[in-house]
Ligand binder design. Structure first.
Ligand SMILES: [Zn+2]
Length: 238
């Protein structure tokens, strides 16, 4: 039975399937950073920001595994909404790692610096070491979380580079080594009940077509950002 709601896991799965059928090849942010000069002619960089729910990230993991896709999952360390080290969440994060997906850090270091009166760079270094130690990984990338503090976590990167922190990229990095947002067609579910898109860094005002609805335009490089929290089986409040 088809749901009257758009943001169901099954609808999302259909969208991914449509992209595979249209010839798209899915890669992680790290794979993009390492191979940006030799991409498949139709590539989707598959990014997942775990804003509120690791449990739903586990659901997405199953969806990706069923379709044979890889993604980058960005994890928060200070969210009031989830503890990455809780019994179930840590199990899910390890599962994401063990199945060969990338884990990145979803940064709130500008918020941390303001709230705790600490240095943002020191917060970043500590957080990267914590996430690396926790999962026995080497985090390669950071994506800045857009939270409710009124501060912009992306501001940190205005006069700093990912390399300075031993990273390959920041997800909106404009350096020529990455520059994904500026070079791609970006589509995101970040308005919860509506998709939005940017064409090579420029907002396409009023274009709320879904990921799958953009496939007919045959953009060679799509930067897809989704949030596990947005999706549900039957209804949003389940
Ligand atoms: Zn976020």
């Amino acid at each position: 039975m088809t749901s009257i709601f758009r943001f169901t896991f099954s609808n999302l799965e259909e969208q991914y399937t449509a992209a595979i059928e249209a010839g798209y090849h899915f890669i992680t942010c790290e794979q993009y950073a390492l191979n940006k000069e030799q991409l498949h002619p139709f590539t989707v960089v598959n990014r997942v920001d775990i804003d509120f729910s690791c449990k739903k990230a586990g659901r997405l993991l199953e969806l990706f595994e069923g379709l044979g896709l890889k993604a980058t999952f960005f994890v928060r360390l200070h969210a009031p909404e989830y503890n990455p080290f809780s019994f179930e969440n840590y199990r899910i994060l390890k599962d994401i790692r063990d199945r060969g997906h990338e884990i990145g850090y979803h940064s709130e270091i500008v918020d941390q610096a303001a709230i705790w009166k600490e240095d943002a760079a020191e917060c970043l270094i500590r957080d990267l070491a914590t996430l690396n130690g926790m999962l026995d990984i080497q985090v390669k990338g950071v994506a800045s979380h857009g939270g409710m503090t009124g501060l912009n976590n992306l501001d940190f990167w205005e006069n700093r580079t990912a390399k300075e922190f031993g990273l390959l990229y920041e997800a909106y990095d404009k350096s020529p080594d990455f520059n994904l947002f500026q070079e791609s067609f970006y589509v995101s579910d970040s308005e919860w009940t509506r998709w939005k898109c940017y064409d090579k860094g420029e907002l396409r005002e009023g274009d709320s077509r879904s990921f799958a609805e953009h496939l007919e335009d045959k953009h060679p490089l799509i930067y897809l950002l989704i949030h596990p929290d947005t999706y549900f089986d039957k209804h949003f409040h389940e």
